[in-house]
Design a protein around this ligand. Structure first.
Ligand SMILES: *[C@@H]1O[C@H](CO)[C@@H](O)[C@H](O)[C@H]1NC(C)=O
Ligand SMILES: *[C@@H]1O[C@H](CO)[C@@H](O)[C@H](O)[C@H]1NC(C)=O
Ligand SMILES: *[C@@H]1O[C@H](CO)[C@@H](O)[C@H](O)[C@H]1NC(C)=O
Ligand SMILES: *[C@@H]1O[C@H](CO)[C@@H](O)[C@H](O)[C@H]1NC(C)=O
Ligand SMILES: *[C@@H]1O[C@H](CO)[C@@H](O)[C@H](O)[C@H]1NC(C)=O
Length: 406
C-alpha cells in the first residue's frame, strides 16, 4: 500500500456493510482526509461515529503517505450521503454529508442511458402501508422521477428480493408498466438468504452504495448512510458484475452457477484494489460481496473485507450497527459465531485500538443482545490502556432484573 516514506498522513478506511445475507460492501482508503469534508477537518479524536448510519465503520491511521499529487481531470468523485430522521432536528446538519433524497435525485438527473438498482424491497409511497403523511412525499417524488426517466427512454433494471417484505407496494408494477425490467431473486431457495444489497449503477459510470432501502421511510424516518461515486467507470463496471449475478439468478428456473462464468470475475479486490484519484486524492477502493456463493473468482468476500479493515486499524475503530450478536440470527438452533467480535477484541486488547460501538435501539431490538454489549464494554480498562465504548439508547447496561423494575 504505497511507500512508507514521507510525512505521516491520515488514512480513512471506509466501509458499508450488511453482513451475512446477499450484500455488497465498498472499502475505500483515502489519503489526505480533509478534502472529505467534515467541515474541512479530520477528527481523529472525536470522529463522526455518532452520526453514522447502519453498518458503517471508520478508522483512521497514520501512514507514510504518497506525495501529494495534482487533482486529475475526469477522475472519481466521492460524496458521502446520509438521511437523518425528520423528528431528530437536533442532528440536522451535523456533520455534513449530503441529504440522501437530494443526492439520489441528483444522481438520477445525471442518468442518460441506464439505471440498475439492486434492492431488498420497494415501498416508496405512503399508501403502501396505509399512511397519509407528508413525510412520504420524498419517496413519492423519487418514484415519479424514475417514471419520467423511463418516459425519456432511460432504461431501468431492478433486481429485488423475493418473496418481498412489502407485499402491498405497487411501485414495481408501476415502473414495469412504463418499461422497467424487474427481476425477483429467490435467494432463499438458492442460498438460504435474502437479497439484502442496496446499490445503483448508473450509465456504467456512477455508483450509489448504502444502507437505505427503496423505502420512503429511509428518506425521512430512518438513519441511513451511503456514498455516491461519480465518473468512476472502472468501479461502476466492476459493481455491475455483482448486479449481473443477481440478474442471472432472477431469471426463471435459475440455478446457482458453480463456478460462475469467467466474465463475472472481478479484477478489483483487496489484493488488487482500484488505485485512482477521488477528488484528486490518491485512493484505493474495491467492492466485496456475500454470501460466498455469489462471489465469482476474484471477488473479495464481505467477511474478509471487514476483517482486513479491522485488522489494519492502528488508532481506532468506530462502528455503527443495527444489532450486535456474536451468534447466528436466522439459523436455528443458535450457533456461536464470534469472528467479528474476536477481531474487535483483538484490536482493543492486543493493539490498544480505541473501539467505539454504536448500536441501534428501536422497536425490534432484541434484549438478548444486551449481555454481548455488556461483555464487550467490560473490557474497558484505563489501567491496561484498553479503550472500549459501547453506546445505545437502550437500557443495555443494567441487569434484566433492574430493567424490568424501570
Ligand atoms: C391526506 O391528507 C391530506 C391532508 O391531511 C388530505 O387533504 C388528503 O385528502 C388525504 N389523502 C388521502 C388519500 O386520504
Ligand atoms: C423513446 O423511444 C420511443 C421508441 O423508440 C420513441 O418513439 C420515443 O420518441 C422516445 N422518446 C424520447 C423522449 O426519446
Ligand atoms: C463527470 O465528468 C463529466 C465530464 O466527463 C463532467 O461534465 C461532470 O460534471 C462530471 N460529474 C461529476 C458529478 O463530477
Ligand atoms: C456473461 O456472459 C453471459 C452470456 O453472454 C451474459 O448473460 C452475462 O450477463 C455476462 N455477465 C456479465 C457480468 O457481463
Ligand atoms: C495506549 O495505546 C495507545 C494506542 O496504541 C498509545 O498511543 C498510547 O501511548 C498507549 N498509552 C499507554 C499509557 O500505554
Amino acid at each position: 500500500m504505497s511507500t512508507r516514506a514521507g510525512p505521516p498522513e491520515l488514512q480513512v478506511l471506509g466501509l458499508l456493510a450488511m453482513l451475512g445475507l446477499g450484500t455488497v460492501t465498498l472499502t475505500y482508503l483515502l489519503w489526505q482526509l480533509p478534502l472529505l469534508s467534515t467541515g474541512g477537518r479530520a477528527h481523529p479524536q472525536g470522529g463522526p461515529a455518532g452520526s453514522w448510519g447502519l453498518g458503517s465503520s471508520l478508522a483512521w491511521e497514520p501512514l507514510g503517505g504518497e506525495p501529494q499529487q495534482q487533482p486529475q481531470k475526469d477522475s472519481c468523485r466521492l460524496n458521502l450521503v446520509e438521511s437523518i430522521p425528520q423528528d431528530l432536528p437536533s442532528l440536522t446538519g451535523s456533520p455534513s454529508a449530503q441529504p440522501l433524497a437530494q443526492a439520489w435525485l441528483q444522481l438520477l438527473d445525471a442518468a442518460q442511458e441506464s439505471i440498475h438498482v439492486a434492492s431488498f424491497y420497494w415501498s416508496l409511497t405512503g399508501p403502501d402501508i396505509g399512511v397519509n403523511d407528508s413525510s412520504s412525499q420524498l419517496g413519492e417524488a423519487l418514484l415519479q422521477k424514475l417514471e419520467q426517466l423511463l418516459d425519456r427512454n432511460v432504461s431501468l433494471a431492478v433486481a429485488t428480493s423475493s418473496p418481498t417484505l412489502a407485499r402491498k407496494s405497487t411501485d414495481l408494477q408501476v415502473l414495469a408498466a412504463r418499461g422497467a425490467q424487474v427481476r425477483r431473486v429467490p435467494l432463499g431457495r438458492l442460498t438460504g438468504g435474502v437479497l439484502h444489497s442496496k446499490f445503483w449503477v448508473v450509465d456504467g459510470r456512477h455508483v450509489y452504495v448504502g444502507s437505505a432501502n427503496m423505502d420512503w421511510r429511509s428518506l425521512t424516518q430512518v438513519k441511513e448512510l451511503g456514498t455516491i461515486i461519480y465518473n468512476c467507470s472502472r468501479l461502476a463496471q466492476d459493481l455491475e458484475k455483482t448486479f449481473q449475478t443477481y440478474w442471472v439468478l432472477g431469471a426463471p428456473e435459475a440455478v446457482l452457477p458453480k463456478p460462475w462464468p469467467r466474465n463475472f470475475s472481478s479484477h478489483i479486490n483487496r489484493f488488487q484494489p482500484l488505485r485512482d484519484h477521488f477528488d484528486g486524492v490518491p485512493t484505493t477502493a474495491y467492492f466485496s460481496a456475500s454470501p460466498p456463493a455469489l462471489c465469482p473468482s476474484g471477488r473479495t468476500r464481505d467477511l474478509d473485507a471487514l476483517l482486513e479493515v479491522m485488522g489494519g486499524a492502528r488508532e481506532f475503530i468506530y462502528a455503527s450497527v443495527m444489532e450486535y450478536f456474536p451468534t447466528t440470527r436466522f439459523r436455528h438452533p443458535t450457533r456461536y459465531w464470534p469472528v467479528l467480535d474476536t477481531a474487535l477484541r483483538a484490536a482493543a486488547i492486543g493493539r490498544h485500538v480505541r473501539v467505539r460501538l454504536l448500536v441501534s435501539c428501536w422497536l425490534n431490538t432484541d434484549p438478548s443482545m444486551f449481555p454481548y454489549l455488556r461483555s464487550l464494554q467490560a473490557l474497558r480498562s484505563p489501567a491496561a490502556n484498553v479503550s472500549v465504548d459501547v453506546s445505545s439508547s437502550c437500557q443495555w447496561g443494567t441487569t434484566p432484573t433492574s430493567r424490568s423494575a424501570g
